[in-house]
Design a protein around this ligand. Structure first.
Ligand code: SF4
Length: 624
């Protein structure tokens, strides 16, 4: 099928849009959208978020890359998202390819398709998007005329399950890599070389992983024997790239035409975290901590609000109360915005009365929303295992302060299925939630609402828990049932991840390169939009494993031995395996480590990136 030209898409789109649920997802034209003249620009990049517009539009990573690329006079960046099922049907029935929102250009006409992969349950959507664009799904089948298909994002710290489909992965922070990749592409295009030469040039860029240049061999037991580069100059390991200083914050956010999951703009105030929670992928892979200075944050907030007319802004980080100048930031925010109708959200606060004081100042601007606390585990024993040490009294006191300061709604996040967890630890979640509800009721009466958010532990790559297996579905279900029953009796709202969807995330996050065949087969079996509970089809996946002759339990129910080569070992986050292993042993002994800003544990970050560290006056790093 020859792809229709953009003018054809524009005219035919009108006839199909009235048949879909939310046409606004597919029309673009948002305020602050960037339109450049296609023919006067050398390189055309489509930034693709492989979930629907409502989820992908507020994604900060994509917004940053859109900004960085469109600031280049010779580069144009447009956006595309996964269509919902109704739109996909219309596209397929009309023979229309998937297109960019800005110029309605078919994705196969772009030079580069850049997928953002923040989580794993969107992998089949990548295949669906390639298929809807008329592109070969396998990297090995793409030719010189096809776009270069790259991917980046948090899920790419284990790129192996998607290795067959993606030409090159950007490992680490996108701002540090996207222009190097684009320039290498431009050079190759001017030279008109074979596609292999482009891939070789990319593989020589630090932080770029071209899986086709690495061979993986397996032992008889199915574990990995070797990962070896097939090309001279291909790095082993591939070291993630970072920016030494956070680049100026993006402020020209697109204003969506339809409702999205976050109706707000965001300013990143800090990257990385030094708390060292042992289950936390983001905390391990995003080191070192780098802070944005208060005046820069305030200017970015003002510029973002003026550029969008938005009234809500999120100050993002993994642990907001740990910014060394958070009080100065919050007081500055209050002074600057006290006469404006602005609601400022400060997520990821530590459990401490200090955090309530911070929220209190923000509440004076424009009150809204509830308060969120994430103890993650309800017994001190479990909190020592996961390295989130907290006295129960501190949790209760923080809750007391929250209610005393006028909040009526409190959301509590916990995990189940953690290593060494017993039914007593799960029962303790209920007990703690009830105690907190009791405190709220004693202060505010029956208006108090408690919401329990229960996540299931998945041993993520590059964390001290990466060697563990996941708990089996039956025993997880028993824990969920206990909590469901208890919360119902106590009038506490509870949300949780069904064990089946946990399985999928575990396979995909912990899988090796052979899982590519399973992803492809599952997609052929009809799997897509897997992150949506109503669309998730477990049998499509189980049957794909069977067709491919792979055992799903091999990936999730097997405790990995400490000397096993893990599928992601050739990707380096800068944190050493030695550090992860020591931390695992400390966990097994019930021992904690304090915030490493107070006492550096030599995790490897400074050995790897220490030479990039700017002077203290330029930017604060969490590492000494
Ligand atoms: S180098 Fe030290 S301070 Fe920096 S992240 Fe690692 S343990 Fe923490």
């Amino acid at each position: 099928m020859a792809a229709p030209q953009k003018s054809t898409i524009d005219s035919r789109l009108e006839s199909i849009l009235f048949r879909v649920e939310k046409p606004g997802r597919y029309v673009g034209g948002e305020h602050n959208q960037v339109r450049k003249s296609w023919h006067s620009i050398e390189t055309h990049v489509a930034l693709v978020f492989p979930d629907i517009y409502d989820i992908g539009q507020p994604n900060l990573g994509l917004a940053i890359l859109y900004d960085v690329l469109n600031q280049q006079p010779d580069v144009l960046a447009e956006r595309a998202y996964a269509p919902w099922v109704d739109m996909e049907t219309q596209l397929r029935e009309s023979g229309l390819p998937l297109f960019s929102l800005e110029s309605k250009t078919p994705l196969n006409k772009f030079d580069i398709l850049g997928f953002t992969l923040p989580y794993e349950q969107i992998y089949t959507n990548v295949l669906n998007i390639l298929d809807l664009s008329g592109l070969p799904l396998l990297s090995s089948e793409r030719g010189a005329e096809d776009p270069l298909v790259i991917a980046g994002g948090q899920a790419c710290y284990n790129p192996e399950p998607m290795a067959e489909f993606i030409d090159a992965f950007a490992i680490g922070e996108g701002e540090a890599l996207i222009l190097d990749i684009t320039r290498a592409y431009q050079e190759w295009k001017r030279w008109h070389g074979p596609r292999e030469e482009l891939l070789k040039a990319l593989a020589r860029i630090p932080g770029v992983y071209v899986p086709g240049f690495y061979e993986v061999t397996y032992l008889d037991d199915g574990s990995i024997a070797h990962v070896s580069p097939r090309m001279q100059g291909a790095a082993l390991p591939v070291q993630k790239r970072i920016v030494a200083k956070l680049p100026p914050a993006t402020t020209r956010f697109l204003v969506p035409n339809v409702e999205t999951v976050h109706d707000r703009i965001s300013v990143e105030i800090m990257r990385g975290c030094t708390r060292g929670c042992r289950f936390c992928h983001a905390g391990m892979v995003n080191r070192p901590v780098r802070e944005r200075a208060p005046d820069e944050i305030l200017q970015a907030m003002q510029a973002g609000l003026s550029a969008t007319g938005c009234e809500q802004i999120g100050l993002l980080s993994l642990s907001s109360s740990d910014h060394t100048r958070i009080l100065e930031i919050i007081r500055g925010v209050y002074e600057k915005f006290k006469d404006q109708r602005v609601q400022v959200n400060l997520p990821s606060l530590r459990i401490a009365s200090f955090s309530v004081d911070l929220m209190d100042e923000l509440k004076n601007l424009r009150p809204g929303g509830g308060f969120t606390l994430a103890p993650e585990a309800a017994t001190e024993r479990m909190r020592a295992i996961i390295n989130k040490p907290l006295d129960e009294e501190v949790i209760l006191e923080t809750a007391r302060t929250i209610f005393a300061h006028g909040w009526l709604s409190l959301k509590l996040y916990f995990m189940i299925g953690l290593p060494q967890e017993t039914m007593e630890d799960v029962q303790a979640i209920l007990d703690l939630a009830r105690k907190i509800k009791g405190i709220g009721k004693s202060l505010k009466g029956n208006r108090v609402r408690i919401h329990l958010g229960i996540a299931t532990f998945i041993p993520k790559p590059h964390t001290p828990f990466q060697w563990y297996s996941i708990e089996d579905a039956q025993s997880l279900q028993a824990k969920i049932d206990l909590l469901k029953d208890g919360t119902r009796k106590s009038d506490i709202k509870m949300t949780y991840n069904p064990p089946d969807s946990t399985l999928l995330e575990s396979w995909l996050s912990r899988g090796d390169r052979r899982l590519g065949a399973v992803i492809l087969q599952a997609w052929k079996n009809g799997a897509k939009l897997d992150a949506w509970t109503e669309r998730f089809n477990l049998s499509a996946w189980l049957s794909a494993f069977e067709t491919c002759g792979l055992d799903p339990d091999f990936y999730t129910k097997r405790q990995r031995s400490l000397d096993e080569i893990l599928p992601w070992d050739h990707i380096s986050t800068g944190v050493s395996k030695r550090f992860l292993l020591t931390d695992l042993r400390l966990s097994q002994a019930g021992k904690t480590r304090e915030d490493c800003r107070n006492n550096c544990f030599n995790c490897g970050i400074l050995d790897t990136f220490g030479s990039l560290k700017p002077s203290e006056e330029e930017v604060y790093w969490g590492c000494p």
